[in-house]
Design a protein around this ligand. Sequence first.
Ligand code: FAD
Length: 410
Amino acid sequence: MDKKVEQFDVVVIGGGAAGMTAAIYCGRARLKTLLIEKSLLGGLATYTNEIENYPGFPEGQTGLGLMKLFEQQAKKFGVKIKLTDVKGVQLEGKTKIVETFRVNYEAKAVIIATGGKPRLTGAINEQKFLFDKGISFCATCDAARFTDKEVLVVGSGDAAIEEGMFLTKFAKKVRVSVIHDEGIMDANKIAQEQALKNPKMEFIWNTMVDEYVGEDILEQVILKNVKTGEKIPVRVDGCFLFIGYIPNTEIFKGQINMSKGGYIITNENMETNIPGVFAAGDVREKFLKQVATAVGDGAIAGVGAEKYIAETEIFENEILRKDLPGMVYLWCATDEKCRKLLTLIEQVEQENNHRLCVNKIDIYKKMSMAERLGVVDAPCCVFIKEGKVVKILKEDISKETIDSILQEIV
Ligand code: FAD
């Protein structure tokens, strides 16, 4: 059976904070927008009982409550939401294809906001105590819950040691389970030195988690000495796992540029290596993974997608139009040489009225448009015939040279 095909302006993959924000911006810009979420709308934030650091909610909010508001707002702006798993993508070219089990969605732009998941230890009973039941993955988010309590940190990389030190501002004791021999950690040296001096921190060397124990909430973590096999029970109020994070990027491998850790690499405009494909939120390589930063990324990606679609339409329908020869003048308003040549370009435009389509692109404002023509310098004239660039004039832009080129194409 052939798959159904549906068309959208933008498809957003992932319905967490980043994806929903991107969809709100696209929907509000009147783009036909589809958001696809494979499990729970709201993403990782919905697993958090209390979000206290998202601005605008001084009393705090439950993760679920906050994400419900995001969902309401996306729906208000006409975003279509589909609960299904994206199985594959074809992102190169003008029309992007997002594949699900039953339908292939075609889009002019795609926003990837698939987030990630914390790596787990795989120890006994782990699933039972995840998130609000005692196993946490975010000290910035959850440290305050453990004021004057005792916590265990698992891991010895930068995140484990730095977040562990952050936890000492709240907890009365922070024990750290490190798999390496005494004194060896994966964190940077400065963090190591500070942690070793911190009186609230205590290290349990050569250990890994064997089992989590408790009635409803986590009460004890049983560590195992990797050398002797000795079991070491540690009483805890909470346990923080910092043994890595796995981005949900499997389906984009081979198409989108990623960091060593598998995160999507973007520039500050959330653009990936493929034009028209943006990434936002925890899925991208970045400094801080929080709801507030996911929202910022989503807003930028949404506006970026809108701009990309608008520019593509202008580029195809006006600049590369097939019915009339064209000349594009790339200029920069702050450059004197460019400004002087503008009079000449306008004279050429008048003389060739109805025979030549003249467009002027200020590269300061529209560099991306210049890049589509394969030119980034100004002043420069690009000549187009039958929808194709036939000549690029960078040096000697004069009436004579322009006229001689126009004789060939007009
Ligand atoms: P996610 O929320 O991970 O959303 C990605 C979505 O994409 C998911 O819903 C996933 O199901 C979906 N998806 C993935 N692959 C596919 C696919 N193939 N097809 C369709 N859908 C797909 N931040 C704060 O600011 N404050 C806090 O207090 C806080 N507490 C936290 C507590 C915990 C325990 C954790 C783990 C994180 C916490 N964070 C907190 C961090 C915050 O939750 C994340 O930074 C934020 O949710 C990231 O949003 P996102 O949209 O980028 O990704």
